[in-house]
Design a protein around this ligand. Structure first.
Ligand SMILES: Cc1ncc(COP(=O)(O)O)c(C=O)c1O
Length: 405
């Protein structure tokens, strides 16, 4: 088959693939526990569902402006004021088909072939592929101290003449680490000094625990007008449990938003009007669902921590936010892909291999499901990896015999 050079470099999304495999196994009636997922299980806010129903009933389902409808942009302006303490106008906003598309059009708007995009390790699976889609070069930054918290020196050491943009995701998928206010402040300052773009992927923005408050990168930006190179990305997928609605956004300087909108206009003509109305209703509605989700996730995190901390051989760092824990399983297998495969096929627990996030030996375990999923999933993993545990395990009436240790 003849395909483009760029297409040849792009791999399948490992997270989406695992979701498909898990769904297919569950559809066959397999007692699978999905600890690999990236979406909350709570329902979307009622206002969002009502907004969809109302629009469908009107049958007026049409094209919208490519960058999104004005009321949605206004709601995003309000969100930015309320949660970032920063004033923007609708001309600073683009609504897209998920935060993923906002990031992609931002990269297409700013990266030239061979430019370098810097991001921290562990990283979200899509960043390297998105850079490659622009014929740019992904540059991962590994924290020198072996933690999930990079220092400004780590970041600076990777910057060179080809650096065009830095991407930060805090709280972070997959580690759950929320970067310190000092690190964010230093990064904003460094990017302004070097005149490179800074993309803040804030998709897990308010899903943070232990009384933490979100850090606003705007607080440290000296350039705030048309020469600002700060791009802040967010969306309704995670905080409002609206992953399938596919609405995210970016806030940036007006000229850049115009360019991003031109690109998006040719890609998709803009996000679906139905889903924009749903996102608008969620943003303007009562915010109790976000707080409830945060509380549920914090509780789930605590349960997962408790289980993993008493799992001999596993090393964990307590996540500050998100719904992921990135645990070091290298004592059992240095190859995370092989280990994830074993757990899926032998004990029917789906987890994401760390190699997909740039760190082999680790597994990403999600705690966005039920407490039962978390406890039973970790019990099964423990049984699979503990040679001193009884040889047999029953999943309902199915008998598993451990013959791989
Ligand atoms: C770090 C990160 N950024 C962006 C996204 C994409 O979000 P959306 O569903 O709004 O496209 C995800 C989704 O998993 C994510 O984990």
């Amino acid at each position: 088959m003849s395909i483009s050079h760029i297409a040849q470099t792009i791999s399948e999304s490992a997270t989406l693939k695992l979701n498909q495999t898990a769904a297919a196994m569950q559809a066959k009636g397999e007692p699978l526990i999905h600890l690999g997922g990236g979406e909350p299980k709570s329902k979307a806010p009622l206002e969002a569902l009502v907004a969809v129903a109302n629009l469908l009933e009107s049958a007026e389902v049409r094209y919208t402006p490519a960058g999104g409808i004005l009321p949605l942009k206004q709601a995003i302006v309000r969100y930015t004021e309320e949660f970032y303490g920063h004033t923007v106008t609708p001309a600073n906003v683009i609504a897209s088909g998920g935060a993923k598309q906002s990031i992609m059009v931002a990269l297409q708007a700013i990266l030239n072939p061979q430019d370098e995009l810097i991001f921290t390790v562990p990283y979200w699976v899509s960043y390297p592929e998105m850079a490659k889609l622009c014929a740019a070069v992904p540059v991962p930054v590994v924290p020198k101290d072996g933690s999930f918290y990079p220092s400004i020196r780590d970041l600076e050491s990777k910057m060179g003449p080809r650096t065009r943009a830095v991407m930060l995701n805090s709280p972070n998928n997959p580690s759950g680490a929320m970067y310190s206010e000092q690190f964010i402040a230093e990064t904003v300052e460094l990017c302004e000094k070097r005149d490179v773009y800074l993309i803040m992927d804030d998709i897990y923005h308010r899903l943070i625990f232990d009384g933490r408050q979100p850090v606003s990168s705007y607080k440290y930006a000296k350039k705030t007008g048309d020469d600002s190179k700060l791009i802040v990305v967010n969306g309704v997928s995670k905080q409002y449990a609206m992953t399938g609605f596919r609405i995210g956004w970016a806030v940036a300087n007006k000229a850049l938003i115009k360019v991003m909108t031109n690109i998006q206009g040719h890609q998709t003509s803009g996000p679906s009007v139905v889903m924009q109305q749903a996102a608008l209703a969620a943003l303007n509605g009562p915010q109790a669902s976000v707080a409830a989700l945060r509380t549920t996730l914090e509780n789930n995190r605590n349960v997962m921590m408790e289980r993993l901390q008493s799992f001999a051989g596993v090393r964990v760092t307590k996540p500050d936010g998100t719904f992921y824990c990135f645990a070091d399983f290298s004592a059992f297998d240095k190859s995370s892909a092989r280990l994830a495969d074993l757990l899926l096929n032998k004990v029917l627990v789906a987890v994401m291999p760390g190699i997909e996030f740039g760190m082999d030996g680790y597994l990403r375990l999600s705690y966005c499901g039920t407490i039962k999923d978390i406890t039973e999933g970790i019990e099964r993993i423990n049984w699979a990896l503990d040679p001193s545990a009884p040889k047999e395990l029953y999943l309902g009436d199915r008998k598993l015999v451990r013959d791989w240790l």
